[in-house]
Ligand binder design. Structure first.
Ligand SMILES: [Zn+2]
Length: 135
């Protein structure tokens, strides 16, 4: 592939060496064929050059894109973790002494806070912080 130009030149010399005159039918035909081959070989080498330029260019874009992805997605996932930590409140149930977690928003409502482990009320709106009555 790389020595395509050289091989066409070699063919041209070969035809010259056979002694076929250029003004005969065979001579005209061979000369035309070799001219076409010559042009094709040049077109191919031009394509190879622009192909390798494109390869370099795509590689550069790919590298830039990777940097951009690291910046965009890297910062986003770091922020999410921070936010989640402050949303939950850790409480030890006075009845079963299990450590349970509540969304901090639940303490703003009027509903009683019920232990998800033993289903007893941990905190009630109408009075004491911790109800200790049993059934
Ligand atoms: Zn409990």
């Amino acid at each position: 592939m790389y020595d395509l130009n050289e091989r066409v030149s070699y063919l041209r010399g070969l035809v010259d060496g056979t002694g076929i005159k250029e003004d005969t039918d065979e001579g005209k035909l061979l000369t035309h064929i070799i001219d076409v081959l010559d042009e094709m070989a040049q077109a191919m080498s031009e394509l190879e050059t622009s192909q390798s330029e494109l390869d370099d260019y795509v590689e550069t874009i790919d590298g830039d894109l990777t940097d951009l992805e690291d910046q965009v997605f890297g910062e986003e996932s770091g922020g999410e973790e921070k936010e989640e930590d402050s949303h939950y409140i850790e409480v030890e149930c006075p009845h079963c002494h299990e450590t349970v977690y509540f969304d901090e928003g639940i303490f703003d409502g009027e509903d009683d806070i019920v232990c998800p482990n033993c289903n007893k009320t941990i905190y009630s709106e109408d009075g004491n912080d911790i109800e200790s009555h049993s059934d």
